[in-house]
Design a protein around this ligand. Structure first.
Ligand code: NAD
Ligand code: UD1
Length: 375
């Protein structure tokens, strides 16, 4: 199984999460080797089976918390990691208001520890998951990277603070190459229907709620506010297909060397209202979505959509999938996996070593690893 050439090795934090899992598939397709870690706080190990099945390649997976400095140190010692895409973090706005320290500890402290271990091992290439939430209730759309930052909740403030930390770090040491990607609203699923968003409990976000209504798990959708100053009275968002988002990460990774610190919006540049999303979903699925317009949700911005020009200029990236495709793929995922990753599992080996890379050869100082199944 050995090859004469080593492939670039990327560490993915939050590897079993929604966006990371779709990104890993594309990294494997592009010829990268992947070491993935996740503490499984908001995802299932079964995701790794799906990645392996869909890509026909394996990854190293370790159930590691990014706050575990020793475990991180070991990973960087053992594997020839040369860049990191950092997805790991908590992301529920309401929870962050109720328990801010959970967010400051996990998102801020976790990122600090990760950066320290990276620096210790001389790995200074980083793509970071930021969010359009840093813009808060934007005064003007489309939102550019220069728009004012006014995050309105602790979750958003962790992203905002981490961005500052990364910017300071890159300014202090020209060896660091860092890009923060500010995602707009990621939805959709892998076109196979085998990977998608798997929220635990009642979904906070629009599309998972709609698909659960469509499949009969929930009675109706509650539309938060019908009296906003928009054409149909409901809020407007820039929904982006998770596979487009994944491609944006590959583009960011490949352009890292051109910069010190960059911030880039990843959105489509188009805004859709909640009612437009419902209608589009109904059209592609053929299922009627019962809904009721209720009070506004506290903290919701009226209108949030991106100016994605910088992503095109810097990364030669732009979103390709339209809202119909996003709804279609989210629906296929829900239909095929009514219980998310909890059902329909492929056999999962108990040993984490099962997911060793097919071959990593570090010709300089480190070690040669082979697939444990064939070595
Ligand atoms: P997700 O919850 O599916 O993935 C995050 C993963 O990180 C989870 O698998 C979780 O178990 C893991 N994790 C959390 N804390 C960890 C820790 N201390 N150590 C190791 N693993 C840990 O979320 P997602 O939607 O895939 O989001 C990925 C990233 O993108 C997050 O940082 C999120 O804040 C950011 N983001 C998400 C959205 C969105 O709407 N989905 C929008 C903008 C930004
Ligand atoms: C949410 C997060 C935000 C994050 C963004 C990224 C909140 C308050 N904000 O934003 O920090 O950056 O995801 O994707 O959680 N809606 C309903 N009924 C529902 C669910 C949602 O009407 O059951 C509406 C919302 O009011 C909003 C739109 O649908 O207008 C989208 O909501 P959601 O999917 O939760 O995303 P955001 O609120 O944009």
């Amino acid at each position: 199984m050995s090859t004469s050439q080593s492939r670039p090795v990327v560490l993915i934090t939050g590897a079993t999460g929604f966006i990371a899992s779709h990104t890993i598939i594309q990294l494997l397709e592009e010829g990268y080797d992947v070491v993935g870690i996740d503490n499984l706080a908001n995802s299932k190990k079964a995701v790794i089976n799906r990645i392996t099945a869909l890509s026909d390649r394996s990854i190293i997976f370790r159930p590691v918390d990014i706050r575990d400095e020793k475990a991180l140190d070991e990973l960087f010692t053992v594997y020839p990691i040369n860049s990191v895409i950092h997805f790991a973090g908590y992301k529920a706005v309401g929870e962050s208001v109720e328990d801010p320290m959970l967010y400051y500890s996990n998102n801020m402290k976790g990122t600090t520890i990760l950066l320290e271990v990276m620096a210790k091992h001389g790995v200074k290439n980083l793509v970071f998951s930021s969010s359009c939430t840093v813009y808060g209730n934007a005064e003007q759309c489309p939102i550019t990277e220069e728009s004012p930052l006014q995050p309105g909740n602790p979750y958003g403030r962790t992203k905002w603070m981490i961005e500052h930390m990364l910017s300071d770090l890159a300014a202090s040491d020209p060896e660091w190459h860092i890009t923060s990607l500010r995602y707009f609203n990621p939805i959709g699923a892998h076109p196979s229907g085998e990977m998608g968003e798997d929220p635990s409990g009642i979904p906070n976000n629009l599309i998972p709620y709609i698909t659960q209504v469509a499949i009969g798990k929930r009675e109706k959708l509650y539309v938060f506010g019908g009296d906003y100053p928009t054409e149909d009275g409901t809020c407007i968002r820039d929904y982006i297909h998770v596979c487009d988002l994944a491609a944006g990460h590959i583009a960011a990774l490949e352009s890292l060397h051109g910069n010190g610190y960059e911030v880039i919006n990843l959105g489509t540049g188009k805004g859709y209202s909640v009612l437009e999303v419902i209608r589009t979903f109904e059209k592609v699925s053929g299922v009627t979505i019962p809904y009721e317009i209720v009070d506004r949700r506290e903290g919701d911005a009226v209108e949030v959509w991106a100016d994605p020009t910088k992503a095109y200029k810097k990364l030669y990236w732009r979103a390709l999938f339209d809202l119909e495709r996003m709804c279609n793929d989210a629906w296929l995922w829900q239909l095929r996996n009514p219980e998310g990753y909890r059902s329909n599992e492929l056999p999962f080996a108990s040993s984490e070593d099962q997911f060793s890379l097919s071959t990593i050869i570090d010709h300089s100082t480190k070690i040669t690893l082979r697939d444990t199944k064939t070595a």
